[in-house]
Design a protein around this ligand. Structure first.
Ligand SMILES: [Zn+2]
Length: 358
């Protein structure tokens, strides 16, 4: 009898598959029934957990997370942190030209970025995420857009915005508000506004990385105090991209899981790059043993990819999924996350199911 039990346990553990998460949004428009259908489909592909973005809508987060739990899935309340157009005008970052992101956002109208150094912003975010963490069926708070604006865009986006970004882009270089400038001067003695080329000042880059880290760690402490965990969507790296593009020195963050957006097409890189960058990411947090889930950008209209100009319509073809996934796992990833669930075609799922032995 005992021997039989051992055999059963062994076969159960053999069935544990590589963790797969999905990013999803739009759930607030779906009925419970429609959401159950969605969760059921993901469950049939043995999806481990969902990162669901319904913004700050507490009622919707409670409803959708309860349904996720019905299907035995982990729920990450995915909420962009620094993009919020509806707050006090004094809460926004100010660029190197002295313009506020409140009324002069860089690149696109919705890039209204809050100032992570502003104590009122910090208190507001800590309080808000704390409220989300109190929802019983929320397992993780997931920070996204937890950064400054892209002072340099990824290579794949230069043509889209008509820019050549061989240096830091002053209209998207933040934050030069009076408080940030004064605090930096008090700490280092440097008047950053008097510098001819602030991009050459390593202390200034480091100061802003530390500002973001301090904010993350404050939110993480509040979330942990409620008995919940915290995950973060970050740029690849941190050294290769995140630190100098968006001031994320994320290997300093006290979070429970990282979901780096290893979107190879945004960097004009092939699928094999996913494994390379994942290796750097895993190694950067290996001392703290924080799991890294490699984020993959999926091409929905993959048969027409060659004729799609916007790189945000690109992504992995079904034929590239295996190389990206096995590269990430061989590099030490704890699993993968798909951007987005809605872009996964039957062809993509078929490849993924095969790799995972389903
Ligand atoms: Zn500032």
């Amino acid at each position: 009898m005992a021997a039989m039990l051992m055999v059963l346990l062994a076969s159960c553990s053999e069935k544990s598959v590589m963790p797969v998460y999905v990013w999803a949004s739009g759930g607030e428009k779906l009925s419970d029934e429609a959401l159950r259908e969605q969760f059921g489909m993901w469950k049939s592909h043995r999806v481990t957990g969902v990162c669901y973005n319904v913004g700050w809508n507490l009622e919707q987060i409670a409803r959708i997370s309860a349904l996720a739990h019905e299907f035995g899935m982990e729920y990450h309340a995915w909420i962009p942190t620094m993009l919020d157009g509806g707050q006090d005008p004094s809460w926004y970052t100010v660029n190197r030209l002295g313009e506020s992101a409140y009324d002069h956002p860089a690149y696109v109208p919705y890039y209204k970025t809050l100032d992570p150094h502003n104590p009122a912003v910090v208190a507001h975010l800590v309080n808000r995420y704390g409220q989300v963490a109190e929802i019983p069926t929320v397992d993780y708070i997931q920070l996204d857009y937890i950064r400054y604006a892209d002072v340099i865009l990824s290579r794949g986006l230069w043509d889209k915005y008509g820019l050549v970004m061989d240096e830091e882009y002053a209209p998207a270089d933040y934050c030069y508000c009076d408080d940030c400038v004064a605090d930096f001067q008090a700490r280092t003695g440097i008047d950053i506004r008097a510098m001819e080329d602030p991009s050459k000042c390593t202390e200034w880059a480091e100061f802003r990385c530390n500002v973001v880290t301090a904010l993350v760690n404050r939110i993480a402490a509040a979330v942990h105090a409620k008995g919940k965990k915290i995950s973060a969507d970050v740029f690849p790296g941190p050294d290769s991209y995140a630190r100098w593009m968006v001031r994320q020195q994320w290997n300093d963050w006290a979070v429970d899981a990282f979901f780096p957006m290893n979107y190879n097409d945004f960097y004009l890189e092939p699928a094999s790059w996913v494994g390379e960058i994942t290796r750097e990411e895993v190694q950067s947090v290996s001392a703290q043993q924080i799991p890294v889930y490699s984020g993959l950008f999926i091409c929905r209209d993959w048969r027409n990819k060659a004729s799609i100009e916007d790189p945000e319509g690109h992504g992995l073809l079904p034929s590239e999924v295996e190389e990206a996934v096995t590269g990430a796992m061989e590099a030490g990833a704890a699993g993968i996350c798909l951007f987005s669930a809605g872009s996964m075609t039957e062809d993509h799922w078929a490849v993924l199911d095969r790799i995972r032995g389903l």
